[in-house]
Design a protein around this ligand. Structure first.
Ligand code: DGL
Length: 265
């Protein structure tokens, strides 16, 4: 039986990475995991998240017999990659905010970082900025509400344009800003709305293709796509199953029971 590459996010944001993977590795079998019972991750305590992410991913790697795990979530990757690599004996490929490409793309050495409140304040993000963009002025904007908007959009529900306009407003006070890092995998799903809400031309940079390139390097033998690709969720619903089916995941299963059932503090 072919072993799929498992793509993980708190919600549907990882589907922006699935699209990049399908483009670069069209023959690869994928599986999808979302911990939507605990969405959003960006506002949860770090210690709790590390345990939760490791438990959820380990359970789904076993259930899917995955050959690799793609953590298609900045909020999880900037926190839990070490724990995941310690607990899993398959390759784990993470997502990090595209600070380096943005520092190379900006013409004015001034760019924005649009991410969850967790990602904008993480030491991991500070280190990336120190390594690759120390010469740049960076406007960090936490926009957890846009995670909800992306979830709504994919379910065919109305998106609140006023909310997006409000979230982006800190960027427009800095005249030189010409580039924005989409440091949350949910945000590329709102690209049309982001463009519509921007008062000037902006280069939006996400990590999707960089992750797909990394997966292609790491996975020399990818399993060919099966007829049925599956997804796992901590709170499966018919609406979520419909979204996942549109991305090729024909079956949606509930996650098996987790070893640690620690309640949110
Ligand atoms: N899609 C996730 C990310 O890339 C975050 C969504 C959440 O806060 O749960 O950071």
């Amino acid at each position: 039986m072919s072993r799929p590459i498992l793509v993980f996010d708190s919600g549907v944001g990882g589907l922006s990475v699935v699209a990049a993977l399908r483009h670069r590795l069209p023959g690869a079998a994928l599986a999808y995991l979302c911990d939507n019972a605990m969405l959003p991750y960006g506002t949860k305590p770090d210690d709790w998240l590390v345990t939760r992410i490791a438990d959820v991913c380990c359970a789904a790697v076993t259930a899917s017999n995955a050959s690799a795990l793609v953590v298609a979530c900045n909020t999880a990757s900037t926190l839990a990659l070490r724990e995941l690599r310690a607990r899993l004996n398959i390759p784990v490929i993470g997502t990090v905010p595209a600070i380096k490409p943005a520092a190379m793309a900006t013409q004015s050495a001034t760019f924005g970082l649009l991410a969850t409140s967790a990602t904008v304040r993480r030491p991991y993000t500070d280190a990336l900025i120190g390594d690759f963009a120390a010469h740049c002025h960076i406007v960090r904007v936490a926009a957890d509400s846009l995670v909800t908007q992306a979830e709504r959009k994919l379910r065919g529900e109305a998106v609140d344009i006023a909310e997006i306009t409000h979230a982006l407003s800190p960027f427009w006070t800095v005249a030189e800003l010409d580039t924005v890092v989409l440091g949350c995998t949910h945000f590329p799903l709102l690209r049309d709305e982001l463009n519509a809400c921007a008062p000037r031309r902006i280069t939006w940079i996400d990590s999707g293709d960089a992750i797909a390139r990394r997966v292609a390097q790491v996975m020399i033998d990818v399993a060919p796509a099966k007829t049925v690709e599956s997804a796992w969720s901590s709170a499966p619903t018919p609406a979520l199953a419909k979204v996942l089916a549109a991305y090729g995941f024909a079956s949606l299963e509930p996650l098996p029971p987790l070893p640690t059932s620690s309640p949110l503090p």
